[in-house]
Write a protein that binds this ligand. Sequence first.
Ligand SMILES: [Fe+2]
Length: 398
Amino acid sequence: MNFVEFHNDELPRRIQAGNGRLAAVGTVGLAGIAFEVDGASYTYLPGPDGVEVVAGDERAACVVAMSAVSWGEFVEQMRTVPSLLYSGMLSPERGDVELLLRWEQAIRALHHGLPVFVPTELDLRDKDGGRLDIEQVFPADVGAGELGLFIREAGFAVVRGVFSADEIAVLRADADSAVAAARQGDRRSWWARSAEGETRLCRVTYANLSYPAIAAICDDPRVRRLVAAFDDSLLPGPDRLDGIAIIIKNPDIADGLSDLPWHVDCGMGGHALLCPVVQVSVLLEPANLDTGTLKFLAGSHRFACHTPAAQEEAGLPVVTVAGEPGDLLLHLGDTMHAAPAPLGRGSMRRSLVTSFYQPAVLDVIEAGCGFNDVLLSNDDGHVDNLADVVRGTPSEKL
Ligand SMILES: [Fe+2]
C-alpha cells in the first residue's frame, strides 16, 4: 500500500471508523513516532481521537526510515517491528528505536482495528455462559466441542497423557540423536550461552526430516483430533516453517534467545497469513518450576500483542502450566506466551513442537522457508536477544 496515499486517505478513514479509539489506551505516555519512506514522513502522536497523524517529522521523538517494500510488509501485517529490526530493514534516523516497540500494539489497533489489550475487557465464557476456568486441564479423550470452545476463548489448552511412556521413550531417543547431531552454523539449530560462557543448544528445527518417530506426531490421529477440535481444516507443514522443532530448556542461560520472553509466534511476521495457527507441544520431560514452565496470557489472541511487565502479571489472567511426559500443550500462535528460565540447575527439559496451518499458508510459504529465518543471521547459530538488536550491539560472537 502506497505510503503517502495510506496516510492521506486510508488511515484517516480507519481512524474515523473507530481505530483511533481502539489505539488510544496504547499511546498513554508515549512520545511521537515518525515513519519515513522515500523522503516522505508522517508522525503519530497521542491525540484527542486516540492518535493524531501529521505530515513531517518535526514533532517526533524518534524517526525510523524504511523502504517502500518494508513499509508494505509492515502495514500488511507480514512483518513486525522485531522482524524489521532483526533483518536490518529499519534505519533509526533520530531518537531511541525502542519507542517504536512501545508503539507497536497501538499501531496495530490503528491500522487493523485489533484492540489494544485491556484486561478488564476480557470476558472469557464457558459453554454454559459462566466465567471460564482458565486453569482447567483436559483428559486425552476430551470432547471436541469442549476443547474447541476452550481454545477459542483462552487461546491455549493443556491435555494430559496423550502419549504413553513407551511412545515417549522412543521420541526421547530420537531427540537424543538429533541433539547429538546438531552443529553450530548448520542453520537447523539455535544456540545460546550459559552464565559460565559455555555454548548450549536450545533448539533443533526440522527434526522430523531425519527421525521418523518425530515425523509421525503431526499425523498422529490423537493429535489431529485435538487440533481439529479447534479447526478441522488445519494442516501440518513439516517441510517448512521450522518443521517439527525440539525445544531444549537448559538451566542458567545468560545470553541468547533460549528462555523465551513474552511473545507471539507470529512475532517475526506473517500474522495476516499464518493466524490462526495451532501449535502443539509434546512434553518429553516433566515441565515444572525447576525444569521450566510455560505461561499463557489467556484470551490475548483477540488483541494486539501486549507484553506484560513482570510487576503486572499478578493482575492479569496468566496461567502457568506444568506437565508430565506425554502431555500436550496446544496454543494459538498469537496467544501471548513465555517460557521462563528454569529455577533448578538440574537436567534439561525438552518438548517437540509442531504446527498446524490454514491450507493457504502451504501454498505461499515454500519448503525450507519460514518467518524465523531472520533470527539466524549469525554464522554460529547464536540467536541474539531482541534487546541486543535494539541496542545495535549484538552479543559478542562465539
Ligand atoms: Fe512461541
